[in-house]
Design a protein around this ligand. Sequence first.
Ligand code: ARG
Length: 654
Amino acid sequence: MNIQAELRNRFRAALLAIDPAAGQFAEMVLPSQDAKFGDYQANCAMPLGKQLGRPPREIAQQLVAMLDLADICEPPEIAGPGFINLRLKQEFLIPQLQQMLSDETHLGVAPSAEPKTIVLDYSAPNVAKPMHVGHIRSTVIGAALYRVLKELGHRVISDNHIGDWGTQFGMIIYGYKHFVDEAALAKQPVAELSRLYRLVNQLVEYHAVSDYFLPSLEGKIDAQKSRIAVLKEDSNLDANERKRRLQAAENVLAELHAEEVDLKSKVAIVAENPELYSLAWQHTTVRSEILAETAALHAGDKTNRELWERFLPACLEANQRIYRRLGVTFDLSLGESFYEDRLTGVVADLTKHGLVTESDGAKCVFLAGIDAPFIVQKKDGAFLYATTDLATIQFRVEEWSPDAILYVVDHRQSLHFEQLFATARLWGYDKIELEHISFGTVLGEDGRPYKTRSGTAVGLDGLLDEAVERAYAIVSANDDARAEPLLSADERQQVAERVGIGAIKYADLAHNRTSDYVFSYDKMLAMQGNTAAYMQYSYARVSSIFAKGAVDVATLRKKGGALKLEQPAERALALSLLQLSEALERVATDYRPNHLTAYLFDLASKYSSFFENCPVLKAESDESRTSRLLLCDLTARTIAHGLHLLGIQTVERM
Ligand code: ARG
């Protein structure tokens, strides 16, 4: 059962009886921050008092008189200006827990009151091009949302909208035509194709950076330096203000310099390698030729089409390897290419709806309140990312009539989605919830966007490898510290894989998705704090209690027993266990998996204090021992279930 939702229902009824416009205040029933104010708190009397022009305390009294809560709570208390404090009854908690204990698969999680059909668009890397950390974040967040939404009874369709039709294919086609090693391609297609991609990308970057990006950046650096010089001489400013502005300006300059170092290193890679350097100068038109190869592919050119068909499986396989390691699957992987033959129709239909304006030969949708036009067809006839995304909405609606389509994509694409959704609504898709589940950038310890060591696809594998290696060292050190080590080398490896991959996922999920976060192996692998390792350890600790007490879990579950919640720590743990449903509902409300990690962390802390305060194996009576063992087991199952929904595996020993 979702206790919070149930309490809100009861409050809603009472609120509506007082005032027909007061139903919304039921949302103000929240878990208490502090146990001394009870288990839940409702602050609705304050805004309602304001709305009705009556003293809040009086409203609170009226509410309490009308509330029908006797089966759930002790008589509510009114505190301060009109807070209503609720404490759940023991006679309510215990049967709820019993029910949770007997529900093997869902642990009492209440299905959503309004099941929806939801298309979830996540991961979506551009194939032929190495996946980057941002794609891991999208994959991990998307996969967690997928499981949580399904757990709540929604119909969810995951669709990996892979970029299999863009310029990066022009790049490998160009690479193939000029640089292929056929033998290598036959033997190790994935490796050879990524070599070709990297090589061509280096040539492109060399020219783009030295012809355009670097000069433009240097212009900015000069301008910034003059700004600083002017500030230094500015006698109109008071000393403090000048200092502040100078500091800000120096910070901008430092950013620009860091970018310059980045760009210069891209040029240097080529310039310092005679072979690459000479290739770069043999391929000065590489950029325009890549665009031409891409256009030819789209126009149906036979050779390019054949090459595309030949390369695609190997490109997909490279990503598949990462998905296998992450344990992620999709219901569908309809790439951009899937929509190719819809694009002409989309533009025609938008035109028919009067949405298209020509500007410099390009077909654009101009949107109120957004400066940049949404370009759906270029002057040369080429369609764009935007056109494909519109076709995709059309297709998804035809196929599933979803209530919602959610896009888990990094925040840099927010303008694109703003334009896409506005266009789709004008086009007639105004009944479905279209939402950009945006997330921040993964930063390195230097505060700049995180780069895998070599910045390549191998880099992502390497990222996972490094987490696993470090986890192995930690697991081994912990095990070696035991009087008698428990784990064989194989077990250590298996545990390390789960702890290492779990750490990366958990770090992605535990940070509020809209903020940037710093990727730090040390932090994510810490055994204490809000980390996967701590959660996995809390789980394993229960197993070790059972092992120590020679408790057979299957028998314990089958026999069950009475639950006693006499100690405050027992009661606090019980309440936390029963809040799983609420945590999941919160995740589904604003699509933030960090509500679930926060819940698990809270549960683990409640368990810790329970464990410190309430002897389990040495409990004072048999009944109390059984009751505590049942609480331990339920905690372990809840942690495992929560982690499973986040895509993280547990281990019995670590
Ligand atoms: N392929 C895109 C990228 O890597 C992300 C696609 C997201 N999904 C979508 N329907 N636009 O940046």
